[in-house]
Design a protein around this ligand. Structure first.
Ligand code: MRU
Length: 364
């Protein structure tokens, strides 16, 4: 079996979970994930357009984290606008909402968060511009706090599925870095470890942007959790050898029939897991559920630039001008998913109404 790293801190009670993105009163502070694992850089942003660019560049990424970023972006837009009149301010904020929500199309959390903050703040403000500015900040903070709680709930519900000594395989980064704090797929691991279980993780490197290598391996290592890095194409081999007890991944959008959009390379993992009888779990908060889409075929899939595939570490690795297919996400059919772990419980197919009628209600 592959060599593991030293895991000296497992089973020592609560782990430390730094905040991925925070509101500092008049600005946003976020961990610039493009600098990891080399440097832990925190960046402060006062302009919503700059925050939108951070989302586009994946400085902040992961479905719940970009939802929080979008919400804080609207709070910034309210503070930035010089409008003295309510209607004028609302026009500026709505323009910001479209700009922020348009940065990444697949994770529904972004559009959901922006719409929620806009709707709630507008109805709170009673036509007063200063009240609107304050309400945008308040709602963004409420959403951020809720995201932290949702991650903890996902962890608590999912931890029951893990046994002491389990090895979990995960893809991309669905950890603390992908949420306001704590994670979704990795929340399950953290909660199990905080319960005293010893859990090891196999982290797919996640081509082409290496979220698994740069972020998941880093954050697990920081928390003292045993992690083995493997190239995406080695996952089936690890499963065939019986090394993997469970696969747990996050999600960017889950359609009404339970189809799951997540980082490209998730569907092949689900197929391999089915072939080798490994349970395949998806962990996500209710804000990732999209009852408005009947199936995964309706989920918009972001395509990113060819350079992400034709270069590696700044070095050209493909013939100049070659045609490239670079989807950022794929859709795993519901039939390959053993269960969906949400903040309101663990749901197994057939989902019927249950998934969307969970404690927090899902969204229509
Ligand atoms: O392109 P990214 O890095 O934003 O993609 C992230 C993922 O695919 C995650 O698995 C998903 O957003 C869930 S994060 C809790």
């Amino acid at each position: 079996m592959a060599e593991g790293n030293d895991s000296k801190r497992q089973g020592t009670g609560d782990l430390e979970h730094p905040r991925t993105i925070e509101w500092l009163g008049d600005r946003v502070r976020l961990i610039d994930q493009t600098c990891l694992p080399g440097r832990l850089v925190r960046k402060e942003i006062t302009d919503y357009r700059e925050l939108a660019e951070s989302i586009r560049r994946l400085e902040v990424r992961g479905a719940p984290a970009i939802g929080v970023a979008g919400a804080m972006g609207l709070a910034l837009a309210g503070l930035e606008s010089e409008a003295g009149d309510f209607e004028e301010l609302l026009r500026d904020v709505k323009e910001a909402a479209e700009h922020l929500a348009g940065t990444r199309p697949t994770a529904v959390n972004l559009r959901w968060a922006v719409d929620r903050v806009l709707r709630s703040a507008t109805s709170e403000a009673g036509g007063d511009p200063e009240a609107l500015r304050a309400a945008l900040v308040d709602e963004a903070l409420a959403l951020t706090e809720e995201d932290r709680e949702l991650s903890r709930s996902i962890g608590r519900h999912g931890a029951a599925l893990l046994s002491d000594g389990d090895t979990v395989l995960t893809h991309c980064n669905a950890g603390g870095l992908a949420t306001a704090e704590y994670g979704t797929a990795l929340a399950v691991v953290y909660a199990a470890v905080e319960d005293g279980k010893t859990i090891s993780v196999f982290a797919d490197e996640t081509r082409p942007l290496l979220q698994g290598a740069r972020l998941t391996a880093w954050e697990l290592g920081e928390r003292g959790i045993d992690v083995t890095l493997l190239v995406d194409s080695a996952a089936a081999s690890a499963m065939s050898r019986g090394w993997i007890d469970k696969v747990i991944v996050g999600a960017d959008r889950i359609a009404a029939n339970g189809d799951v959009a997540n980082k490209i390379g998730t569907m092949p993992l689900a197929l391999s897991a089915r072939r080798f009888d490994v349970p395949f779990y998806v962990a996500a908060p209710f804000s990732t559920l999209d009852a408005g889409l009947a199936s995964g075929s309706e989920i918009p899939i972001e395509e990113r630039s060819p350079e992400e595939v034709t270069t590696f570490g700044g070095v050209c690795t493909a013939p100049e001008g070659v045609r490239v297919y670079n989807p950022a996400f794929d859709v795993t059919p519901a039939g390959l998913v053993s269960a969906i772990i949400t903040d309101s419980g663990v749901f197994r197919p057939p989902y019927g109404e249950t998934l969307f009628a969970g404690g927090r209600g899902g969204r229509a």
